[in-house]
Design a protein. Structure first.
Length: 277
């Protein structure tokens, strides 16, 4: 039997991220051949992934971050099966490393992110390695970006919810503060769109139908049902579109009013909100 040293095991562990015992077993099986040992560990990850494919990965970590110039931001969500793994600092650091990679490459799509190299392996392969190491189903479940004049990121405590928000200008007073506060607003109030004109037609149609049905259940005359439904739709726009929502820090004004008080042309270009569960 080939003698495997602790230094060799540690080298393989650093190279692959696999557990010490798994690295030792792989080196023993490969008779000290590092490349073969890496392949063994990869196959183990694929085997575990196959076994866990039907499992629910509802826990995980969501992180939002921007580039230093705050012109580009992204949200990365990687799911796992248990809260125990999600709270493990090594797993959080793993998600953070993928986030930093995405920012460094200004990555635009989830497929692009999966293909980028991290320590000589693609992100997709690295996730497979983590599956073998941890023994749980792990998946890159969401990747969102914003490219704007000013991008702000907000991470809610516990790494289960994160938001991004873009502003159309960065040369206004308190731009950083405004962006941060509105990113928090998105986290707290979960708007469906920036403004009423941005709401998808299928959502509008659904709200009108609900409004009509409620009016009929309340015994309203049929000739008034459409008018009542439109009234309820306008209330929906007020409660669920960001610029028309009440500002949570000052409910006497809307988000639109809060923005235009600073600069009449200042507005939100878009936002992203990712939450586990």
């Amino acid at each position: 039997m080939t003698k495997i040293t602790a230094a060799e095991v540690n080298k393989l562990r650093k190279q692959t991220g696999a557990g010490m015992m798994d690295c030792k077993k792989a080196l023993v099986e490969s008779e000290g051949d590092f490349e073969n040992a890496i392949d063994i560990l990869r196959k183990k990850g694929q085997k575990v992934a196959s076994k866990r494919a039907g499992k629910e990965a509802s826990e995980g970590v969501v992180i939002a971050k921007t580039t230093d110039d705050k012109k580009f931001g992204c949200i990365v969500a990687i799911n796992c099966e248990t809260d125990f793994v999600a709270k493990n600092q090594d797993f959080i650091d793993f998600v953070s490393s993928i986030m930093d990679l995405a920012l460094a490459n200004s990555t635009k799509t989830i497929d692009e992110l999966k293909a980028i190299k991290l320590n000589g392996r693609t992100v997709e392969e690295t996730i497979m390695d983590q599956i073998g190491k941890i023994g749980e189903k792990i998946e890159l479940s969401s990747y969102e970006i914003i490219d704007a004049a000013k991008v702000s990121a907000y991470n809610h405590q516990g790494n289960k919810l994160a938001t991004l928000l873009g502003l159309n200008k960065d040369d206004v007073e308190k731009a950083d503060q405004i962006g941060h506060e509105l990113a928090m607003q998105v986290a707290a109030m979960s708007p469906v769109a920036v403004d009423k004109d941005d709401v998808e037609q299928k959502i509008i149609d659904k709200e009108i139908e609900i409004g009509k049905e409620l009016a009929r259940q309340e015994g309203k005359p049929e000739e008034l049902v459409e008018k009542i439904a439109i009234g309820k739709l306008n209330k929906f726009f007020k409660d669920n579109t960001l610029l028309n929502q009440q500002f949570v820090r000052d409910t006497k004004k809307t988000i639109r009013q809060y923005l235009t008080e600073t600069d009449k042309d200042l507005t939100v270009t878009e936002f992203k909100r990712v939450m586990l569960g």
